[in-house]
Design a protein around this ligand. Structure first.
Ligand SMILES: *[C@@H]1O[C@H](CO)[C@@H](O)[C@H](O)[C@H]1NC(C)=O
Ligand SMILES: *[C@@H]1O[C@H](CO)[C@@H](O)[C@H](O)[C@H]1NC(C)=O
Ligand SMILES: *[C@@H]1O[C@H](CO)[C@@H](O)[C@H](O)[C@H]1NC(C)=O
Length: 363
């Protein structure tokens, strides 16, 4: 019921006018029950036969479900080294339509937190502004958070959405928006646009972190890690390492990557895309090399291939637990010691944040 009312509130926010929520709720419930009863038999058969397969699909699904949509288009359309295809991810092809933040103009921080987020996800942005995005001074260092958006796909409410985005930016001046279409399969474009913005705007800033909008972040621990003597100040990129992982070749899978886009059977070691930290010389290096690396839309693996081509190794974090994957239940000591973790909802972020600021056990 909580989810249904949240969804309803979202619809109110987008459309502005209440639709009949009770009738809609009953209709949806009925449809779901019908669908569920139809699916029970095939699902139970599948579960019995392929439990292992099913759970591996499920865990992959959870890794990526955060923003999926239809099949990738650009990876099949053009031959491997076609200049047009390579240029798909050139940030120079896209233009910033919102970019009035003072960040790196009059404000020169020690660390930039840059958050790729869907244009319509203002709920996540608000939660971040109320929590880790509002931590601007840590151990005497200035930290600044900005959000990176593409444009929403054309739909009936695109104008309303775009107006909301502009209004939000007038209030906070923390949105950067480029004119590529914001979709799951365009995440590699989004990452390269981010690298372009950082390289051209903030070359003198020591460090940046790319962090997804559904993350918990312990800024204090992040700054401590960066300030630890011995932490590299250049050629530095760290996060949650994912060692060589197989490339999905099943054509109808959501993570399918054609041999044409990427030939090897395994991705090189790379950082999980949820959140990674780097020195500000890296964006320029990655942009240069990307002109020679055929793009595919698994953005974190793509950065891995670029790093391999550059001949640069990722730096392992001081502790593996610093970059956590999922955290389903509040755990004071884990959050107190780690740098980031994937959460499920913006409400959860606010709750965890408040709880962590309160009294807790000795860890
Ligand atoms: C950020 O923190 C300041 C001071 O700690 C507080 O006054 C302000 O309301 C906070 N902003 C948000 C959006 O919560
Ligand atoms: C976007 O959609 C509207 C109708 O929803 C249509 O009139 C308009 O031509 C479309 N624009 C583009 C660029 O496809
Ligand atoms: C990715 O963005 C480009 C540029 O806006 C657009 O032409 C293309 O349709 C988008 N692809 C997907 C899969 O959304």
């Amino acid at each position: 019921m909580k989810g249904a009312s949240a969804a309803r509130n979202l619809i109110y926010k987008v459309l502005g006018t209440p639709i009949n929520p009770r009738r809609d709720f009953l209709k949806t419930t009925f449809k779901c029950l019908l669908l569920l009863s139809l699916l029970t038999i095939p699902i139970s058969l599948l579960l019995n036969k392929h439990t292992a397969l099913f759970s591996s699909i499920l865990s992959r699904y959870q890794m990526y479900k955060r923003s999926a949509d239809g099949p990738a288009k650009f990876q099949k359309a053009l031959p491997r080294n076609d200049p047009l295809r390579l240029s798909m991810i050139y940030p120079g092809n896209y233009h910033f339509i919102l970019d009035d933040t003072e960040l790196c103009r009059s404000i020169h921080p020690y660390l930039v937190l840059i958050v790729p987020v869907a244009p319509g996800n203002w709920i996540a942005r608000d939660a971040i502004r109320r929590t880790w995005g509002n931590e601007t001074l840590i151990q005497g260092e200035l930290i600044q958070t900005v959000f990176l958006l593409g444009v929403p796909k054309n739909s009936s409410n695109i104008k309303v959405l775009q107006r909301k985005v502009r209004t939000e930016n007038r209030l906070y001046h923390d949105l950067i928006q480029s004119d590529f279409i914001d979709s799951y399969h365009n995440l590699t474009i989004k990452t390269m646009v981010m690298m372009d913005w950082l390289a051209s705007r903030c070359p003198k800033v020591p460090y940046a972190m790319k962090i997804d909008s559904d993350m918990f972040l312990n800024v204090e621990n992040l700054v401590s890690m960066l300030k630890t003597p011995g932490t590299p100040t250049t050629i530095y990129m760290t996060g949650r390492l994912k060692y060589e992982s197989p490339v999905v070749r099943e054509k109808n899978s959501q993570w399918y990557v054609s041999e044409d886009s990427y030939r090897e059977n395994k991705f090189p070691t790379h950082l999980v895309g949820m959140g990674y930290v780097f020195s500000l010389d890296m964006p320029r290096r990655l942009m240069e090399i990307s002109k020679r690396v055929t793009p595919f839309y698994v953005e974190d693996a793509y950065i891995g291939v670029c790093m391999k081509t550059l001949g640069i190794d990722f730096t392992p974090p001081p502790e593996r637990f610093h970059f956590r994957l999922y955290m389903y239940e509040f755990d004071y000591c884990h959050l107190a010691k780690s740098i980031c973790a994937i959460l499920q909802t913006p409400d959860q972020l606010i709750n965890y944040w408040t709880s962590l600021k309160g009294p807790g056990p000795a860890c």
